[in-house]
Ligand binder design. Structure first.
Ligand SMILES: NC(=O)c1ccc[n+]([C@@H]2O[C@H](COP(=O)([O-])OP(=O)(O)OC[C@H]3O[C@@H](n4cnc5c(N)ncnc54)[C@H](O)[C@@H]3O)[C@@H](O)[C@H]2O)c1
Ligand SMILES: [Zn+2]
Length: 855
């Protein structure tokens, strides 16, 4: 524990920071730190004040409920009864202590309400004889800003209460919030509008520039200048729904989309005057208050429950902590309130919070971390997306080190620079997102992200596929290892050739063995270790690295900061001198680093020609893990082949001799075996495997069922095209876009080559059609088209379709005039049954269907 002087020094250090944060948060609506950071500073100050009460006074920032509006800026309203904050706890243990403390003072069987803690802006609505008189923010708890006009614009806040038993006056307390779904919509709309404004402003600038010349001319002639055009202001996007609620509620404009998006939930009561005896009695409990509110048409939370034990409280916490994105509003915790309002009054309040309630706060969904770099990755279709590389942080259940930034416009919109402290947000199973920079943390060393002009993987040009496209793509579609790697993964996926062993890793050996080379180089350039074995270690030994003692040759490369500076890799602060090359080429050579590899595949054409031999010398980069966690170190290892065995006949380090060559690994053997089997799989799978845009399993199946072979498909399609018809118009599920995309694909030379080479390797682009005469089984559904909606017992979606096909019928997904019958299973789709009714198509129950199938 600190002594008093230390505690005082620390308190004095914290107080101004906390005050500044409170002002920024409550007055400007532009927080300078995330809530978790603020909460921990407040907790630290409270702990100091608890240990040394001399530090405490009513003026302490720990006593603040909010902040007074800046004087003169807005009209203020005084609350009839004070508005309090809530005592918060951050763990179940703290909550248990609170609960045990309070029940000790209460009659047995006391009940509590358990409520979600709505994350929004607190509001005080004053109704006089059932009519909304004023609405005010909480402010400092005594008085707040007058926001009556804006409150009236919120459709769920009644201007006039319904029912008739209204008191003379009542203060309804609650939370204004911005529904999560509308929040995303709002930010998107604003971003789109801002882009438009930017475009128009550029026109305005151009116009004004010309005007300036004209006006100079006019001035010379003694004429009055013409008026300049005005630039439009951009709108602000909000960092989170709470910020959006408080920003919107306190702004002037009440016409916009933002204010109309707001919603409200009542969760408390202030003054109550002139209530009938009956009403007063009904409102003697917290639950009674909510019931009265609801009867007056005020929105109350449907998620409130009554609880009477710690077990029930914990069950409520479990329920909502595990479902943080389940409600239409954000909630950052759970509030427990004593049910009996007379006892509430007896227990009373501290200067800041009621003694009869507590807020359990969930772990933060927003944290701060350092944005180390913005790098780009290349996807299956060549799309280049920037992503953030961050100092790893723990947030809402997992460690996050990377987050996508979608596109360069998004980077600009968020306003983040490399080196910024950023706010990172993750809630529930929502993908982590960089919200924006913490501007207060900038020191001028941050730099802007620039989209590279060339693909970092293959060097191909990065450009929009079409003019005006937001997405940028690597133009080397054919051979960019990043794109090819993803295409090969797709070939192996379930919906295509379903080759289990051909996944992320083995596809990488074939198409992009150096996928992680840059990451490994960055590791080496930032002081981490790079481990080389076998031949690569012997090569490194040639460059002067010491071989470690052991049965196999092994080198661990590591560079001190001094060495890195001397080699021209980094500056004295450890920042990379050449972020693109990471380690300059000649230095890589001098260090004996393995050179970049030429991938086995140049396009997927070579896939079925794969041999074990072709993989013999392929190596790959792998992160070193200890107990499942990456250490930051990397190793360079053989890919598809096992380790060789070495013989060390004498003690000298160079004396390694190969004893047993390595052999193809089990995985590689399996890949080869399964590729062989894939050659004769169904035609539709091979069509999907071609990676043709828009052509997925559904369309591919329809095409294969209709034509039976690729050649027939192409012939028919091309003929229709030549005749000026829409190709495949008669094939269900294949629209014009799909049809054209399909036919276009084969026009590209290197695409045609894929088909040729696959064929040469034994891939059959034809379905073996069973001869109907030979087919022994009965075909009760011959010529029928059947739609199944809902679950049929004993079948999966796929197997029911297979059964229909095996019985000679056609299984389709949508009801049309051509449908023979609709099988109505359990939980059927409403639209399908309705359509069937409309068209007068027979409907079979699951039992009827099974009976017919068995005929
Ligand atoms: N980031 C910053 O710099 C900064 C600065 C100051 C405050 N803050 C944040 O503001 C918060 C403190 O503000 P606070 O005093 O409003 O405390 P609070 O948000 O922890 O809790 C009190 C409030 O919860 C609301 N609430 C929501 N649902 C409720 C329900 N069902 N029943 C009762 N009340 C309910 C009420 O409006 C009440 O006033 C903290 O989360 C803190 O992190 C952040
Ligand atoms: Zn590329």
């Amino acid at each position: 524990m600190k002594n008093f002087d230390e505690a005082k020094a620390r308190w004095n250090e914290l107080a101004p920071k906390v005050r500044k944060a409170q002002e920024a948060y409550h007055l400007t609506g532009e927080p300078i730190m995330v809530d978790a950071a603020y909460d921990s500073l407040i907790a630290e100050m409270r702990a100091l004040e608890d240990a040394y009460p001399q530090l405490w006074s009513v003026e302490s920032p720990t006593m603040k409920v909010g902040a007074k509006a800046a004087r003169g800026a807005v009209a203020e309203l005084t609350h009839r009864e004070r508005m309090y904050s809530l005592q918060d706890v951050f763990s179940r243990e703290e909550l248990t202590r609170w609960y045990e403390g309070i029940v000790a003072e209460l009659p047995a069987g006391s009940r509590f309400t358990a409520e979600v803690k709505v994350d929004g802006l607190a509001l005080n609505l004053t109704y006089r004889r059932g009519v909304l008189e004023t609405a005010a923010t909480r402010g400092d708890g005594v008085s707040g800003e007058d926001v009556t006009r804006n409150a009236l614009a919120i459709s769920t806040i009644p201007q006039r209460l319904v029912g008739d038993d209204h008191p003379e006056l009542v203060e309804v307390r609650g939370e204004v919030y911005f529904p999560v779904a509308k929040f995303a919509e709002y930010n998107e709309a604003v971003a789109a509008r801002n882009e438009e404004v930017e475009r128009r402003n550029a026109e305005v600038d151009a116009f004004n520039k010309e005007l300036a010349a004209t006006n100079r001319e006019r001035a010379r002639r003694g004429e009055a200048p013409l008026a300049r055009l005005r630039r439009e202001d951009k709108l602000r996007t909000f960092v989170n729904p709470r910020n959006a609620a408080s920003g919107t509620m306190r702004q002037e404009d009440t016409t916009g989309f933002a204010i109309r998006s707001l919603d409200f939930l009542a969760h408390g009561i202030g003054a109550l005057e002139g209530a009938s005896d009956e009403l007063a009695a009904a409102m003697a409990t917290q639950e009674g208050v909510y019931e009265a509110f609801a009867s007056w048409g005020l929105p109350v939370s449907p998620n409130t429950e009554m609880v009477a034990s710690l077990e029930e409280i914990n069950a409520y916490l479990d329920k909502y902590q595990g479902a943080r994105t389940a409600l239409d509003h954000e909630f950052d915790g759970v509030v427990i309130k004593l049910e009996d309002r007379r006892v509430q009054e007896q227990m009373g309040y501290t200067a800041r919070v009621p003694r009869w309630a507590v807020a359990y706060k969930f772990p933060p969904t927003e944290v701060q971390t350092r944005l180390l770099d913005i790098r780009v990755q290349v996807g299956r279709t060549g799309r280049v997306t920037p992503y953030a590389v961050m100092e790893p942080v723990f947030v809402d259940g997992s460690t996050v080190a990377q987050a996508t930034l979608h596109n360069p416009f998004e980077v600009e919109r968020k306003g983040v620079k490399i080196g910024d402290v950023v706010i990172l947000r993750k809630a529930g199973d929502i993908i982590p997102e960089v919200v924006g920079p913490v501007l207060a943390e900038r020191d001028g060393s941050e730099r802007d992200f620039e989209m590279p002009a060339d693909c970092p993987v293959c060097g191909g040009a990065i450009e929009p596929a079409k003019e005006g496209d937001k997405d940028l793509r690597c133009s080397n579609t054919r051979s960019c290892p990043a794109q090819l790697h993803q295409r090969v993964i797709h070939i192996g996926s379930r919906g295509a050739l379903d080759i289990e062993s051909l996944g992320e890793e083995s596809a990488q050996w074939l198409a992009a063995p150096d996928r992680y080379r840059d990451d490994a180089l960055i590791a080496l350039a930032t002081g981490h270790t790079l481990e080389l074995t076998d031949e690569a270690a012997l090569a490194a030994a040639q460059a002067g690295w010491p071989l470690e003692d052991g049965a196999n040759p092994r080198v661990r490369m590591q560079l001190s900061l001094e060495q890195r500076v001397e080699l021209g890799i980094t500056d004295e602060d450890g920042a990379l001198l050449d972020p693109e090359a990471i380690i300059p080429g000649d230095v890589q050579e001098r260090l004996g680093l393995p050179a970049a590899q030429q991938p086995y595949l140049d396009t997927e054409a070579g896939l079925f020609g794969l041999t074990a031999e072709a993989m013999r010398d392929v190596r790959t980069w792998q992160p070193v893990k200890v107990a499942g966690e990456e250490t930051g170190d990397w190793r360079y290892i053989r890919a598809g082949w096992t380790k060789p065995t070495w013989l060390k006949p004498n003690a000298t380090r160079e004396g390694y001799e190969l004893r047993k060559e390595s052999v193809p690994s089990k995985t590689l053997e399996k890949v080869l075996d399964e590729l062989e089997k894939a050659k004769s799989k169904e035609l539709w799978r091979k069509i999907v495997a071609l990676n043709i845009r828009h052509v997925g399993p559904v369309a591919a199946r329809e095409l294969a069922d209709t034509f039976g072979s690729l050649d027939a498909m192409l012939a028919a399609g091309r003929e229709q095209l030549a005749a000026g018809e829409v190709p495949f118009a008669d094939v269900e599920g294949v629209g014009e876009i799909i049809a054209r995309s399909f036919l276009d694909w084969f026009e590209e030379d290197w695409h045609a080559e894929i088909v040729e080479e696959w064929r040469a390797a034994g891939v059959v682009f034809e379905d073996e059609r069973a001869d109907p005469d030979e087919d022994a089984g009965p075909r009760p559904f011959e010529g029928m088209t059947i739609v199944v909606t809902g679950a049929v017992e004993g079948f999966t979606r796929d197997s029911v379709a297979e059964a229909i096909v095996a019985a000679g019928g056609k299984a389709t997904g949508s009801v049309s005039r051509n449908t023979t019958a609709v099988v109505v299973g359990e939980k059927p789709g409403a639209s399908k049954t309705k359509k069937a009714q409309e068209l007068g198509i027979p409907m079979w129950s699951a039992e009827e269907f099974i009976a017919k199938l068995g005929q």
